[in-house]
Design a protein around this ligand. Structure first.
Ligand SMILES: NC(=O)c1ccc[n+]([C@@H]2O[C@H](COP(=O)([O-])OP(=O)(O)OC[C@H]3O[C@@H](n4cnc5c(N)ncnc54)[C@H](O)[C@@H]3O)[C@@H](O)[C@H]2O)c1
Length: 291
């Protein structure tokens, strides 16, 4: 005998059910073809991309759309977001701040209401604020941590049930600064190193529920974020230190992100992928050693 009433899952997280039969105009019960075409199956898949109004997030959104996914684009810059989403078919702009729990929960509810599922969560929203340790006060530290680390934690927690239901994937965007220490990055570099560990925790624990989690660590990429903290001298020094001798393009980061969410990567989880033109590999790539 059951001990009590069965606990219903909240409606929000129930996957949309495909009707097994329907009544035609003449009253006959018909069974529709339940085998959607491959294209339809792909169209059903979705992705939630944070920081999608520009830069790497926008490039990732466009690539997912080109692959046939529906994409929820989340960003706290509502104006830039609406501008970016205008004209993008199958894209749903959601204005929210990943560092504010209520907004995160509402954003996930909005996406579930519109799409009914979350197949991929791309925790991409990030801020860069570089400064010496002596000038990094608690407020500065918190400003970086609340988006770069708290935001990824909050988004992942809110989307977890839906990701389990879809057997989906998480990709967290860290940075080469999470793998290699440098000056001025006590908050930024530490937040990104924590994102790498958060990814491994998620991979190990959520793997048992069929959810994969991987981390992408971009090297320097030509975006507004990089332009704000890289002077011309820093740019030249990066070119010199990177084996491919250049900054990456946004689409070059989007490609590996989309790959990690795809079925082709179905056995890849808990991995940290540096997408950096070889920067991480070049431990003693000193200019003097090369000349
Ligand atoms: N550009 C680089 O050189 C580089 C290198 C390594 C890692 N990364 C990482 O890649 C990610 C994307 O960087 P980008 O260069 O495209 O940055 P970007 O500044 O061009 O875009 C970031 C987007 O995130 C949004 N955002 C910031 N904080 C948010 C918050 N709390 N809630 C919601 N949205 C928020 C911004 O409004 C913006 O639209 C970041 O996590 C960044 O740390 C970038």
């Amino acid at each position: 005998m059951p001990s009590g009433p069965r606990k219903e899952r909240p409606l929000l997280f129930q996957l949309p059910r495909i009707a097994s039969s329907c009544i035609s105009r003449d009253g006959l019960v018909t069974t529709p073809d339940l085998k959607p075409s491959l294209k339809d199956q792909t169209m059903q898949k979705t992705a939630l991309v944070t920081g999608a109004a520009r830069g790497i997030g926008l490039a990732t959104t466009k690539l997912f759309l080109a692959e046939g996914r529906r994409v929820a684009m989340l960003d706290r810059d509502a104006e830039a977001l609406n501008e970016a989403a205008a004209g993008l078919e199958n894209a749903l702009p959601i204005a929210a701040d990943v560092a504010v729990p209520d907004q995160v929960n509402t954003a996930v509810e909005t996406m579930m209401g519109a799409f009914g599922r979350i197949d991929a969560l791309i925790n991409n929203a990030g801020v860069a604020d570089f400064g010496p340790i002596a000038e990094t006060d608690f407020q500065r530290w918190r400003t970086v941590m609340e988006t770069n680390l708290d935001g990824m934690f909050l988004m992942s927690q809110a989307a977890q049930e839906a990701l389990i239901a879809s057997q989906g994937a998480i990709v967290n965007i860290a940075s080469i600064s999470g793998l290699r220490a440098s000056t001025l990055r006590t908050a930024y570099g530490t937040s990104k190193a924590a994102v790498i560990q958060l990814t491994k925790q998620q991979a190990v624990e959520l793997g048992e529920h069929g959810v994969r989690a991987n981390c992408v660590c971009p090297g320097p990429v030509n975006t507004k974020l990089a332009l704000a903290v890289h002077t011309p001298e820093i740019r030249a020094a990066y070119h010199d230190a990177i084996p491919l001798n250049r900054y990456g393009g946004e689409a070059e980061i989007a490609g590996p992100i989309v790959f990690l969410c795809s079925d082709v990567a179905s056995y890849v989880t808990g991995q940290v992928l540096a997408v950096d033109g070889g920067f991480e590999a070049s431990g003693v790539g000193l200019p003097a050693l090369r000349s």
